[in-house]
Design a protein around this ligand. Structure first.
Ligand code: AOF
Ligand code: ZN
Length: 366
């Protein structure tokens, strides 16, 4: 393996394993390397903390070697603008680094290639990472951020735990537990890294979920319930925690004092159903980049019908539930012809204990 491959792998690995939710920033990994030695490495901090390159530059100060003529491996183009911090590009130019290997161009219009140009102008060699798998992983790392910065809409991941016959509960509504313990741990991590988790009111009523990221300090900022006419505050008790509870509804209740801090947001309806685009737009305006949808089938189906889901993650358990009245994983309107089906790409299939975990991106408007 070449040095470029090894050091870029290092930068990617630390960015992918950054367990901090740094939204609305993307997670970036940076490694500064010279003469067979890593002088410094860093990942993105939560705002208003440091960007990855600055953390890596700071570490270099502890190294006995001079940073002069070192190479920076970074999964994303350094920033050009002054936001909460930055611009990283100027700090890199000042540092004496002479070469940069970059994974992806920053899609933020305030950056978008401008830093690359500035680095080149300052006689710093800039190359794009050459390994196709590493290129793809750099893209994957910023996919939600890219979607958010381009559209203002959050990147929506749907998580479903199903039996082999596609059911999410028995005919009595029992669903605990379909997926394995290890799969459920993965879901806790997904919750911890999400800005908001959304469920429909049926799921709240039947499952009585907490939506907490159990045993993890970092919790989602928002727990969101879609409920046309919220009536009973008791139903929301299982959601009480550090997270803010948002309820999108047609009509907010009058006596707010009995709702214990729950925030209600009225949205328009169509054929009696809440306008999901308005819901997601509002969450985007609140700075939510990553959203996790945890059902039920009707909500997941409606979001799929409207092309509002970006990524799917299914935990398929080797059991059969059966029953025409047992809840199915995806409802909504559906389609008439197979040619209209939503196709998944970037498919990853993994065994998690006895479960099969399938992850894929929904290709848009096929
Ligand atoms: C970098 N390194 O580690 C990240 C970058 O206003 P701020 O400080 O939060 O800046 C966020 C923007 O910086 C973000 O929109 C994206 O363009 C870029 N992200 N850039 O040089 C990093 N996370
Ligand atoms: Zn920066």
């Amino acid at each position: 393996m070449t040095e470029e491959f090894n050091q870029f792998e290092h930068a990617l690995t630390i960015a992918e394993n950054n367990l901090l939710n740094v939204s609305p920033r993307p997670s970036v990994g940076a490694v500064i390397f010279k003469d067979d030695k890593v002088l410094g490495e860093g990942v993105t901090d939560k705002s208003p903390g440091n960007h990855a390159e600055i953390n890596a530059l700071e570490q270099c100060k502890n190294s006995s070697k001079s940073i002069k003529n070192a190479t920076l491996f970074t999964t994303l183009e350094p920033c050009f603008h002054k936001g909460q911090t930055g611009p990283c590009v100027d700090k890199i130019i000042e540092s004496g680094i002479t070469k940069i290997v970059v994974g992806e161009i920053d899609p933020n219009p305030k950056v978008n290639g401008k830093s690359i140009k500035k680095l080149l102008k300052n006689n710093i060699e800039v190359v794009h990472v050459s390994n196709p798998d590493q290129m793809q992983r750099s893209k994957d790392l910023i996919e939600p951020f890219k979607h958010f910065i381009n559209s203002g809409m959050p990147y929506v991941t749907s998580k479903i735990a199903i039996s082999l016959d596609g059911k999410i509960a028995t005919k009595n509504g029992d669903s605990k537990w379909i997926s394995s313990e290890q799969s459920r741990k993965i879901v806790q991590n997904m919750r911890s890294l999400s800005d908001a988790i959304i469920i429909g009111s049926n799921t709240l009523h039947i499952d009585k979920p907490s939506l907490d990221a159990k045993d993890i300090i970092q919790q989602p900022k928002y727990k969101v319930v879609l409920n046309s006419i919220p009536k009973d505050p008791k139903r929301f008790e299982t959601l009480k925690s550090k997270s803010i509870v948002l309820v999108y509804c047609k009509k907010a209740p009058k006596k707010l004092e009995i709702w214990d801090g729950i925030e209600f947001i009225e949205v328009s309806t169509k054929k009696g159903r809440l306008n999901l685009i308005e819901v997601l737009k509002d969450l985007g305006q609140r700075g939510c980049v990553n959203i996790l949808v945890e059902g039920g089938g009707q909500l997941t189906g409606s979001l799929i019908d409207l092309n509002l889901i970006n990524k799917m993650r299914l935990f398929i358990s080797p059991m059969l539930i059966g029953g025409v009245n047992s809840a199915h994983s995806v409802g909504g309107e559906g389609i008439e012809f197979i040619s209209q089906s939503k196709k998944l790409s970037n498919l990853k299939v993994t065994r998690i204990e006895t479960d099969i975990m399938v992850t894929g991106i929904i290709k848009k408007h096929v």
